[in-house]
Design a binder for this molecule. Structure first.
Ligand code: FAD
Length: 505
């Protein structure tokens, strides 16, 4: 193999999504020579290039700092839950943050292999316009989302759902629309919610869009049912009555997210869906009459592919039961965000199955349909996360088996299928990235490998960096904790609470 260029660094971060940026930032701020590779020419991955511009999870640490900087420039809609940002500005700010910290960035650089000796990655082999390059590093952090580096190095991994013959979650190519009247849209959604929850009842459909899509199908204005809801995030800084929005609603099912032919099938299929959705929105959705598609995401919305096997595999059950760990380095307060691998109608699987009610989980005897679990219908109890609880992600889930000088962060950490569906969202991806950066700096200082690092030290250092793992979540999460009432399951398998004032979620 001809190598045209060589680099040497202390920490090499592969993948410049939110997890990778957070890892590189933290390592560099600890005074460590840090190099970050990114195959695109901008940072943020799915959050920016994928137009996923609303932040789920607990905004802490580097994620909080990033959002505060976006806010200071006027490109954040800072609300208690799901703050949203302008994806183009957000990627510029990530770049500024890395450059200020002294991280060396290589764009347009694709990791394609590793050279491994004695369970250590000696070099990561990359391809770029400079040709083949070899990068030697003392610690490598894999934040490729797909655990590419780990797989090249021989780390064991899992792919897809065991309940669905290894299929991945359905995927979504997001897009951007211009000329949307958000006042009219917000009013239509509010009126629909009021109608649906009149007399304190639970909504019969997942969203206004589901109701409108049914009408469009009847009228022949949609060729088939795509998905029962859409995330529509306003781009901050655009006028409310003539806004830009990002839209997350296209879906491909039966996906194999490590197969280039299937990935190509998905993006072609979803680009076609976007043209149908544009017409559908214009005709049926209030506020969208003058709207037009103004951009297609440049990163495909792959929710999951490889999940490495690490020193601890975060269990589906840990999410439902709100498990805490001595080496907990990030936390997760939201529901399972498992997009159904095969069913456009059902949309999500917000539950797992337990033999018996356990821990903080919200349980009811199993009553899901065969359509929900077409390859085998698990019994026992359907278990959902209690909205007032949270689980932690242990440091050991970032430490892969088999390779000594490697850490993994973001959406490919060691977790079962539904657990990764939960903790893959933006805020925890950034916090696991931050913990990987902390751990890398510790390992270099003490000349040890990540496996031998005491995770409780990483936890303490994270607390020292302002991630309040030692305190109960505040703000929106404290509000949820305070909701008193009976937990109920609503369409789409959300969990809500029936309170004396009616239904809340
Ligand atoms: C459709 C969809 C909707 C979502 N909705 C939400 C939401 O509303 N809120 C929320 O908080 N989260 C949401 N998520 C989840 C969240 O956006 C992602 O899981 C999270 O951003 C993942 O961050 P990451 O850094 O781990 O991975 P990624 O963002 O995938 O970043 C990986 C980076 O590595 C680069 N890369 C990959 N392979 C290589 C390689 N071999 N060499 C060099 N570079 C490489 C990629 O170009 C990319 O920049 C959604 C995800 C999807 C797909």
């Amino acid at each position: 193999m001809i190598i045209s260029k060589k680099y040497n660094t202390d920490v090499l971060v592969v993948g410049g999504g939110v997890a990778g940026v957070s890892a590189a930032l933290t390592a560099a701020r600890a005074g460590v020579r840090t190099l970050l590779l990114e195959s695109h020419i901008s940072l943020g991955g799915l959050a920016t290039n994928g137009y996923i511009s609303g932040v789920a999870g607990m905004v802490e640490g580097n994620c909080k700092e990033w959002l505060e900087r976006i806010d200071a420039e006027g490109y954040l809609f800072d609300r208690p839950h799901l703050p949203t940002f302008d994806p183009e500005r957000a990627k510029l700010i990530l770049e500024h943050m890395l450059l200020e910290a002294g991280v060396k960035i290589l764009y347009g650089t694709y990791a394609i292999d590793t050279m491994v000796e004695n369970n250590n990655i000696k070099e990561v082999i990359c391809h770029s316009k400079s040709g083949r390059m070899a990068i030697a590093a003392r610690i490598v952090i894999d934040t490729t989302g797909d655990a590419d580096v780990s797989a090249f190095a021989g780390v064991p991994y899992e792919v897809g759902s065991p309940e669905f013959a290894g299929l991945n979650m359905s995927t979504t190519l997001a897009f951007r629309m211009a000329n949307v009247n958000m006042t009219q849209y917000d009013e239509a959604v509010k009126a629909w919610m009021a109608k649906e929850t009149a007399d304190n009842t639970i909504p019969s459909k997942m969203s206004l869009i589901e109701e409108l899509a049914e009408k469009a199908l009847e009228n022949g204005d949609l060729p088939f049912f795509i998905f029962p809801t859409a995330l529509i995030y306003k781009v901050p800084g655009t006028p409310h009555d003539d806004a830009d929005v990002t839209v997350i609603t296209t879906h491909s099912f039966h996906t194999r997210n490590l197969d280039v032919e299937d990935l190509t099938r998905q993006v072609i299929e979803q680009r076609r869906q976007i043209t149908w959705i544009e017409k559908f929105f214009r005709k049926y959705l209030a506020g969208f009459e003058r709207s037009r598609v103004s951009g297609l995401a440049s990163q495909h919305g792959v929710r999951d592919s490889r999940r490495i096997i690490g020193e601890y595999i975060l269990k589906d059950e840990d999410i439902a039961c709100g498990t805490k760990f001595e080496d907990g380095i990030a936390r997760f307060p939201e529901f399972y965000d498992t997009h159904h691998p095969t069913s456009p109608r059902l949309g999500f699987m917000r539950h797992i199955h337990l033999k018996e009610p356990k821990g903080a989980a919200v349980c009811r005897p199993a009553q899901c349909s065969e359509e929900m679990h077409p390859f085998g219908r698990p019994g026992g109890y359907e278990a959902r996360k209690n909205p007032g609880e949270y689980c932690e992600i242990p440091y050991r889930s970032l430490v892969p088996l088999g390779i000594d000088n490697l850490l993994v962060a973001g959406r490919c950490v060691s977790a079962e299928f539904n657990a990764v569906a939960a903790v893959r969202v933006i805020a925890p991806s950034m916090t696991t990235g931050q913990a990987a950066g902390v751990a890398a700096a510790f390992c270099l200082k003490d000349n040890i490998v990540p496996r031998n690092l005491d995770g409780t030290l990483v936890r303490r250092a994270m607390i020292g960096q302002g991630v309040p793992l030692d305190k109960k979540p505040d703000g929106y999460w404290a509000y949820l904790r305070g909701l008193k009432g009976e937990h109920v399951v609503v369409p789409g398998d959300f969990v809500g609470v029936m309170t004396s004032e009616g239904f809340k979620r």
